[in-house]
Design a protein around this ligand. Structure first.
Ligand code: ZN
Length: 313
């Protein structure tokens, strides 16, 4: 889904729209849908009398999942956009929209959004982690996004948490954190637990229609005290805690902001996550490590892009 926001200079959201991405229909369609999403918010602003003609938008930012060459405006690699390697997304969008466009990795954009208006306001050094279908990350060091020389810094989901074997990952490797701390890992943990004789509200449903078990159902069952669902969040927390401890030990970061759909269940996994991280960090007291729930919801990325675009304009 494409989410578009129009934001004024003061950071207030003044229009919103959404459109399907339709990746399956090919690159031209996706570019058209992105351009249409920009038109949607522009039309709203015009109807509201907020803007007119050339003054309507100063700049446009587009957050994209995957590794990008931000300077050249290219898609380098993206599991969500298979076979888009080398696609000149920025140039194509600029041709379709007729205005300058900025592109950025979506997790990096969300990190900036949280720093601007969310849980990371005032923080100079932190890792934003998105927990959803995939696991992404955005690193902010000394107040600025750290992209790395190849633009792929912050790929927290592909930090390895298994030395041998391990679940195959969309990146082509195995044992990546993403496969152990994403939404489908929660489903796997629940389904693993059920045949073992664990009593569960989800049991009947899982036996009849395993495909029907989804993260929202697991969250609901865990909130209600269901043992299998709660155990799934504990397992999830072990791997995420391992990943966070690795980052603390490598970069000495003290703040971690958790966003994405699974972070809605923050309270179900945060205590165990903290314990697991505490057991693995070196030279820092756990009291100095702050693991926080993101505040901008699914608009963090679009807000961050607006900030980056305003900054550039
Ligand atoms: Zn991977």
């Amino acid at each position: 889904m494409i989410k578009s926001l129009a934001v004024d200079d003061a950071g207030r959201i003044i229009a919103r729209a959404s459109r399907p991405t339709e990746v399956h229909a090919g690159q031209d369609r996706v570019v058209r849908n992105l351009a249409a999403a920009v038109e949607d918010v522009t039309r709203q602003l015009e109807q509201a009398g907020a803007v007119m003609g050339d003054t309507m938008t100063k700049s446009i930012g587009v957050g994209v999942p995957g590794v990008l060459n931000v300077e050249k405006g290219l898609v380098v690699a993206s599991p969500n956009f298979p076979r888009w390697e080398g696609f000149p997304l920025r140039a194509r969008l600029e041709a379709a929209i007729g205005r300058p466009v900025l592109i950025e990795n979506d997790a990096n954009a969300a990190a900036v959004g949280e720093q601007w208006q969310g849980a990371a306001v005032g923080l100079k050094d932190f890792l934003f982690i998105t927990l959803g279908t995939g696991v992404g990350g955005g690193i902010v060091l000394d107040g600025r996004l750290w992209r790395g020389p190849g633009g792929r810094a912050g790929e927290f989901g592909h930090v390895k948490v298994m030395a041998e074997g391990g679940e195959p990952c969309g990146c082509g490797s195995r044992g990546c954190l993403e496969r152990y701390a994403n939404a489908s890992a929660l489903e796997r943990y629940v389904l693993d637990a059920l045949p073992g004789g664990t009593k569960s509200d989800l049991q009947r449903l899982a036996y009849d229609r395993p495909d029907a078990v989804d993260p929202a159902m697991i969250a609901q069952a865990a909130q209600a005290g269901d043992a299998a669902a709660r155990a799934a969040y504990q397992r999830f927390a072990v791997y995420l805690g391992l990943g966070i401890a690795n980052v603390v030990n490598l970069l000495d970061l003290r703040h971690f902001i958790l966003g994405g759909g699974v972070s809605e269940s923050f309270d179900l996994f945060a205590p165990r996550l903290r314990d697991e991280a505490a057991a693995r960090i070196y030279g820092v007291a756990i009291d100095e490590i702050h693991i926080l729930k993101a505040r901008c919801g699914n608009e963090a990325g679009a807000l961050g892009m607006a900030y980056l675009a305003l900054e550039k304009s």
